[in-house]
Design a protein around this ligand. Structure first.
Ligand code: ADP
Length: 405
């Protein structure tokens, strides 16, 4: 039943859309002469065809007609068995989507008219002002408004469905990335180990040229592994599974560990590295391996985007109120254009083809993961950059409780 009504309503909307308009109208009024007058007024409209049904009481309107099949209902406020608003209340529950109702009111009953509009009437017309024009204008306006409202509702529903489908697809893709990354990491690790065995001469003597080629192969394996790690981290981030486990840590040791992990690539780029860690820094309350991950990422980015002969500096110092340590990684590299700065922490964002063209092409995931880790530590990764001069990333880490001195 409901779906048949829906179809009827859709047909009606289609008719109105097509410009070949038919408005199905129900007039509820006990005054037969007035009903007749209204019908005559409307039947002579040139741009719209009115398909009119009539009822003389509220009971007849409810019993004889399915109100949802009308585009508009014209109701006299004073009916013999109920009021216009009373009829509206008894019809409303039957309407899947409110058919607009226009209330006909008596002279001097503006209060009633306003009450009717507040209880959901689309409009009101004082009976003594009814003319062919006023009636047709009020009905057309109410029907058009209703059509727009329905179309917005339909679009909103469709958008919600599309959003839900996108959400499910996204979750599927995330799961796929996660599984593939895990599946590839195991054979990749095995391949790397075998190459290392050959390179180390365990399986047989290797020439210098072979050793160089094998070193390159190992670096490539490490690079692929780093990309897959980023993908796994990124799926964790998307699914809210990126967590930290903090404990009191020596920041100097974490910085040394980070530097060690990227030293080879910094050296390979021909870039100098300066460390400036203030002595006697208090311990910090952090997830050590996650902070090493952030620092390694910032350092390797700095190496990637700094030309040979440039400098990278990593520093740590206590901030003014001694509750946090400020950590920064800066470089004298190419810098980031101002218009890109607000986006570089977005997932998959890359400034331009420099990164793709580079031999160290990334996936545009590193900074989004680093930002999430820093956020989980209660801080924010901030960036200052000037094209041609260099870039500085900085963030705060909380001093461990009881050690902040
Ligand atoms: P990617 O894997 O591409 O390096 P990131 O998320 O780490 O992805 O960085 C996003 C983008 O920010 C990079 O593509 C790069 O253009 C820019 N970027 C990051 N760090 C630096 C830096 N130190 N100097 C210049 N550009 C940088």
């Amino acid at each position: 039943m409901a779906s048949a009504q829906d179809l009827e309503r859709q047909d009606s909307a289609a008719e109105i859309d097509a410009g070949d308009e038919t408005i199905r109208l129900l007039i509820v009024d006990d005054d037969a002469a007035f009903r007749r007058l209204c019908s005559e007024y409307l039947r002579h409209q040139s741009d719209v065809l009115y398909d009119i049904s009539e009822a003389s009481t509220g009971e007849q309107a409810v019993a004889s007609f399915d109100p949802s099949t009308f585009d508009c209902i014209l109701v006299d406020y004073r009916l013999p068995d109920t009021s216009g608003t009373g009829l509206m209340r008894s019809l409303r529950p039957n309407l899947g989507f409110a058919t607009p109702m226009i209330m006909l009111t008596a002279v001097g009953s503006e209060d009633i008219a306003m009450e009717a509009v507040h209880s959901g009437a689309a409009d009101y017309i004082p009976k003594h002002r009814v003319s062919d024009k006023s009636l047709h204008r009020a009905i057309s306006y109410a029907v058009e408004k209703d059509r727009l409202r329905r179309s917005i509702r339909d679009r909103t529903e469709k958008l919600q469905q599309a959003n839900e489908q996108l959400r499910l697809k996204n979750a599927q893709i995330q799961r796929f990335y996660h599984t593939v990354s895990h599946e590839i990491k195991t054979p990749l690790t095995a391949a790397r180990e075998f190459i290392a065995l050959v390179s180390d001469g365990v399986i047989g003597k290797v020439t210098e040229a072979q050793s160089e080629a094998l070193t390159y192969a190992i670096q490539s394996c490490d690079q692929i592994a780093a990309h897959f790690n980023d993908l796994i981290e990124s799926t964790r981030l998307e699914t809210g599974k990126l967590r930290i486990d903090t404990e009191s840590q020596d920041l100097g040791a974490l910085i040394r560990q980070s530097v060690m992990s990227v030293k080879a690539s910094i050296d390979a780029e021909g870039v100098a590295l300066e460390q400036s860690v203030k002595p006697n820094l208090p311990a910090v309350q952090v997830d050590g391996s996650r902070i090493v991950q952030v620092l390694s990422n910032l350092l390797s980015n700095a190496a990637k985007y700094t030309d040979p002969g440039g400098t990278i500096a990593i520093s740590a110092s206590l901030d003014a109120d001694r509750a946090a340590v400020i950590v920064s990684v800066s470089d004298t590299g190419c810098g980031i254009p101002a218009e890109h700065l607000p986006h570089i922490f977005e997932r998959l964002y890359q400034v331009d083809e420099r990164s793709h063209a580079s031999t160290h092409a990334g996936l545009g995931l590193g900074l989004s993961i680093a930002q999430e880790i820093v956020t989980l530590h209660g801080s924010e990764l901030q960036v200052d950059s000037e094209v041609g001069k260099g870039t500085t990333f900085r963030f705060l880490l909380p001093v461990a409780l009881g050690r902040g001195d």
